[in-house]
Unconditional design. Structure first.
Length: 476
């Protein structure tokens, strides 16, 4: 069925990525990029890698729910009875559903033996699918081992029961329904692209250090920055209002020269993302920039054109941090998912060298230039891997299985250690521990002693200045 769907999509002009298990089937259409996998874990990793760049996903593989907890490279000899312990495989549909954008569509499949319709409806909701294809083993000539199939297409509005027909014709019906959904989304969203703004920003400007000056210029500045952050569209992706990235920009004006309009400031930028299955938001980025200088006169507008390096330092700084927030957020949702956006951040940092402090490559190991340069540096690749493993595979799993989520976070912290070893002068590992300090202490308030001690030792090596904090992780 999956191959029939891939061929039908390609025949209609789609660029198709087919992730296939160990089967003896061939692809025909040259527009199909085939990726062969041999395990549920490999299929999960491939799906998570390719879904962010896709318009839709059709999840029709019959992936095993469980896998052996322990495997052997050699034959297990017959020695009477054995106990086979199984562990859950990754839930591919649920994982993709959790990161699905408003402009993406997902189709799932359900093969049921009892309570077919209600079980399929439940899966539709739990996995965040747009519609689901229900197979029933009760129907002769349908399902595995046949060239025909008999399915029911179920969405939130109702169902459509199709007759027994070839799998090629079933594929046509499924793709026609999916194409209709994608067309409607494109039609609805294109006229309202301004509504696709990615950020939900909070802005505060503190001028308490400036005395005896007409404050109208600061009111004008605040309005201009707020307008810019609220309405600038940074990417081609579409965000619903409740999906926008929560972020804070706190600007403190330390000096102001009325004649030139020059302001010397500090800027604290913070962003967060929700944790799956909970009401908790985790901080992804929190940074205090002490090298913020720019000229501003009342009623100046802040304007940014993608691909063009700003010649105004305030615009460059705001664009840098806005794109950085989006890129980091995408990295937490899929492996290296923010690459295209973060390349724009690199370009701004490289092109803004002449605009003032904070941009020059050799001034500091923790300025704007070195932050993005280290993050995108291949030798620090473990730090980027950490973002996804810690957040998506670890933290997002805590509500489902706290012990498993914590164990994954423990594994992810080894990537932090690798990053520190790869470039000891980088500020990123230390910054990560400062951002996550309270969260990590809370995570390891539970767990086994061996795990707690391992984490305490590792964090103390990464950031010894917080050793007193790490010691609050109690071991018996």
């Amino acid at each position: 069925m999956g191959f029939a769907l891939a061929e039908e999509c390609a025949a209609r002009g789609a660029d198709v990525t087919l992730i296939a298990g160990p089967v003896n089937l061939k692809t025909v259409h040259p527009g199909i990029n085939r990726i062969d996998v041999t395990s549920a874990q490999q299929m999960y990793e491939a799906a998570m890698k390719h879904f962010p760049e896709s318009d839709a996903a059709i999840l029709c593989a019959a992936v095993a729910d469980f896998t052996p907890a322990v495997t052997s490279d050699t034959k297990i000899k017959r020695k009477g009875e054995i106990t086979l312990t199984l562990k859950p495989n990754p839930d591919i549909a649920a994982s993709l559903g959790a990161i699905k954008r408003p402009d993406q569509r997902m189709v799932g499949f359900a093969l049921e033996t009892n309570d077919e319709f209600s079980n399929a409806q439940d899966k539709l909701e739990r996995k965040n699918l747009d519609f689901i294809v229900l197979n029933s083993l009760r129907d002769e000539g349908a399902g595995f081992g046949y060239d025909t199939n008999k399915v029911t297409l179920i969405d939130r509005k109702g169902s459509d029961k199709l007759p027994l027909q070839s799998k090629k014709d079933v594929a046509k019906a499924i793709i026609s329904k999916l194409a209709g959904l994608l067309f409607c989304i494109a039609f609805l969203l294109m006229p309202f692209r301004a509504q696709a703004q990615e950020l939900s920003p909070t802005l505060a400007i503190n001028t308490s250090k400036i005395q005896g000056t007409d404050k109208d210029v600061f009111s004008s500045l605040e309005n201009a920055v707020r307008e810019f952050l609220t309405h600038q569209v940074w990417t081609e992706y579409h965000f619903a209002a409740n999906e926008r990235i929560q972020c804070n920009f706190n600007l403190t004006v330390n000096k102001y020269d009325r004649e030139s309009g020059k302001m010397t400031c500090e800027l604290t930028v913070q962003s967060s993302r929700p944790v799956f299955g909970s009401t908790y938001n985790t901080t992804v980025f929190n940074y205090r920039d002490t090298e913020v200088e720019f000229n501003y006169t009342e009623q100046d507008r802040i304007e940014y054109s993608p691909g063009i390096i700003p010649d105004n330092n305030l615009t460059a700084i705001l664009a840098y941090y806005s794109l950085l927030i989006i890129g980091l957020d995408f990295d937490t949702m899929s492996p290296n998912g923010g690459t295209d956006i973060l390349r724009q951040v690199e370009n701004i940092a490289a092109g803004a060298q002449s605009l003032g402090g904070g941009w020059r490559s050799f001034d500091s190991n923790s300025n704007r230039y070195t932050l993005i340069n280290d993050y995108m540096n291949g030798t620090m690749s473990a730090f980027r891997q950490l973002q996804y493993k810690y957040h998506r595979q670890g933290l997002d799993d805590m509500s489902t299985n706290a012990d498993r989520g914590r164990a994954t976070i423990t594994e992810s912290l080894d990537l932090l250690k690798q990053a520190k070893q790869a470039k000891s002068t980088s500020s990123l590992p230390t910054l990560f521990t400062e951002i996550k300090k309270n969260e990590l202490i809370n995570i390891y308030s539970a767990g086994i002693n061996k795990e707690k001690q391992q984490v305490k030792d590792l964090l103390s090596q990464i950031n010894p200045s917080l050793s007193n904090d790490w010691n609050t992780i109690k071991t018996d």
